[in-house]
Design a binder for this molecule. Sequence first.
Ligand code: THU
Length: 157
Amino acid sequence: MTNKELKIAYTEYDSVDQLEQVDKELVEAAIEATKTSYAPYSKFNVGAAIRLEDGMIVKGSNQENAAYPSGICAERTAMFYAGANYGDKAMTAIAVVASQNGIICPSPVSPCGACRQVMAEYQKKGGRPLAIILVGADKILRFSNVESLLPLIFDSI
Ligand code: THU
């Protein structure tokens, strides 16, 4: 028997101004995307923005439904849109932010397990690290790849 430990590396920022310009733009796009959220049940408006390898930005937001499980998170809306429309371009970064009553939530929003799994698959498909930027008004966390948020990824059958 061997006891092992996994470590997660990430960078924490106090403000969006500390980010590199490309990431700052991505965060701004994610904030913009919160405005298209359809969240009449949770009133938790999430926006996501994905950077593609050619620099293009694709946005998505959470879309809820009266049949609750039929709704979908902002991250998967954006990733599936990018996959469906620009499937030949790798996704290199995704920024996620949540707001309530038009105000950005203080703590960074953390993607659900299903979204992390989908991120893992698109990272593998793209063949490049997919950085994840979790945005809160008080702090921003940047992970340089999906493994950092989803260790021991399931990626084959
Ligand atoms: N949600 C997201 O869109 N992304 C996340 O990372 C966390 C949760 C959505 C799902 C649902 O519409 C609402 O937020 C409340 O859970």
